[in-house]
Structure formats: structure tokens, C-alpha cells
Design a protein around this ligand. Structure first.
Ligand code: ADP
Ligand code: MG
Length: 238
């Protein structure tokens, strides 16, 4: 676990600025949800936390360490994407263990970590299956399993539920929250869905057009929205 500090971060693509100085303090062990309309910069911010995108200016720290120039592999972070990105030719167990294998872990250690994650996610009986033999919810759990095996300091989720049907989405929200309660890993979770944000977050960060409009607990934002955009987005009474 670790705290994460996003300080005055800007990002431009080809001279066009899409994040205009974003600051978000994230406490050790918190579940923080970045929410806002499509195109407001949520994924870009998450990709910068993961190190997949370079920041134009500002600072990102994980624990005591400024990570601006630290490669993704060297950051103790695991990311769960929207489209799962499971390897079709690998079994569930191989998918889950792959990142450890890449890092040179011994097979016995990999097996132990994969089995532990499979227990947590109820995937024990599915370890020899291939992704095409799984339901959407099971694939999502494998994607989470891949993140868990690494025992990272921080989990990043980018709209992990948007490809699931409504009923499964509600069930998976609960699973992800339970996982967080169990592991207490600092989590940054991106969604454009206000209800997902309100039900899952310790702290919500409402973004619009590359800036943070407001951050606070779900109740704070609902009771005391700073402006009309936040009120409208969160669905507060007028
Ligand atoms: P969100 O995840 O909130 O929908 P994004 O972070 O994906 O938003 O995108 C924010 C803005 O940055 C958008 O205007 C998008 O078109 C732009 N953008 C994102 N990635 C790139 C890129 N690689 N090159 C150019 N523009 C990009
Ligand atoms: Mg996005």
C-alpha cells in the first residue's frame, strides 16, 4: 500500500493541452473514483499514474518516491483495463501468472500466488480454461486476478465494468469493493457512471474538460456541490 500524490499535473498532446493542472491527494488504502464525462481526461490521468504516458509538467509520487521518470515496470502498480486484454492462447492460470513470469519469478512462487488469487476471486475451478470458455464476469475476475498476483501498492481500474450487462455490473461493483476491503490496496478507479462512483468511492474526484471540479466524499458532493456542473452530474437535488 502507498499514498499517491498527483500535483499540478498537465498533459498536452501535440501542443493541445488536455489536462490543465490537476492535483489529487490520495491517502494510503483509499478507494478514489475519478468520474466525469467522456473525453474529460480520466484515462489520460490514469495512464500517467501507470507510467504509460509521460506527464508534460507537475509531479506524481507514489509513497515517498517521485515517479515522473520511472518506467511502468518499475512502478509498483497494477492496472485493470476496460477490455480485459486477456491473452487468448493462455489459460486462466497462465494469464494470471504471466506478469510474474516476465519479472523472472520461479514457477513455484507463481503457482502459489496464482492459487491464492484464484481463491480470493473464486476462480479455482477455472484455472485450466481459456478466455473464450469464460463468461464476461469470469473474464473480469481473471483480469483482476492478474492485478492481485503482483501484490501491488496501487490498483488502477479504467472503466472495468463498462462491457458488462447491467445486472453483472452491479454484482461486480460489490466484488471489487469486497476485494478492496479485504486487501486494502490503494485504488484509483475511473468511470463515467455517477452511480458507480457514488456507491464505490471513499472519495470522488469530479472532472470536466481537463480540470478537477470538486473532490470529496460521496455525501459531501451530494449535499454540498460546489457548482451546477457537479450538482447536475452527481444528481443532487436542485
Ligand atoms: P476520458 O478517459 O475521460 O474519456 P481521455 O483521457 O481518454 O478521456 O481523453 C482526454 C482528451 O485527450 C480527449 O480529448 C482525447 O481525445 C485526448 N487524447 C487522449 N489520448 C490522446 C492521444 N494519444 N493523442 C491525442 N489526443 C489524445
Ligand atoms: Mg477513458
Amino acid at each position: 500500500m502507498a499514498s499517491v500524490q498527483i500535483h499540478d499535473v498537465r498533459k498536452s498532446f501535440g501542443g493541445f493541452e488536455v489536462l490543465h493542472g490537476v492535483s489529487v491527494p490520495i491517502e494510503d488504502g483509499a478507494f478514489v473514483v475519478l468520474v466525469g464525462p467522456s473525453g474529460c481526461g480520466k484515462s489520460t490521468l490514469l495512464r500517467m499514474l501507470a507510467g504509460l504516458e509521460k506527464i508534460t509538467s507537475g509531479t506524481i509520487s507514489i509513497g515517498d518516491r517521485v515517479v515522473n521518470d520511472v518506467q511502468p515496470k518499475e512502478r509498483d502498480i497494477a492496472m485493470v483495463f476496460q477490455n480485459y486484454a486477456l491473452y487468448p492462447h493462455m489459460t486462466v492460470a497462465q494469464n494470471m501468472g504471466f506478469s510474474l513470469k516476465l519479472r523472472g519469478a520461479e514457477q513455484a512462487i507463481i503457482d502459489e500466488k496464482v492459487n491464492r488469487a484464484a481463491d480470493i476471486l473464486d476462480l479455482r475451478k477455472l484455472l485450466d480454461r481459456y478466455p473464450r470458455q469464460l463468461s464476461g464476469g469470469q473474464r473480469q475476475r481473471v483480469a483482476m486476478g492478474r492485478a492481485i498476483v503482483r501484490d501491488p501498492q496501487v490498483f488502477l481500474f479504467d472503466e472495468p465494468l463498462s462491457n458488462l450487462d447491467a445486472k453483472l455490473r452491479v454484482a461486480m461493483r460489490t466484488e471489487i469493493k469486497e476485494l478492496h476491503q479485504r486487501l486494502k490496496t490503494t485504488t484509483v478507479y475511473v468511470t463515467h457512471d455517477q452511480i458507480e462512483a457514488m456507491t464505490m468511492a471513499d472519495k470522488i474526484v469530479v472532472m470536466q474538460d481537463g480540470i478537477v471540479e470538486q473532490m470529496g466524499s460521496p455525501l459531501d458532493l451530494y449535499d454540498r456541490p460546489d457548482n451546477k456542473f457537479v450538482a447536475g452530474f452527481i444528481g443532487s437535488p436542485a
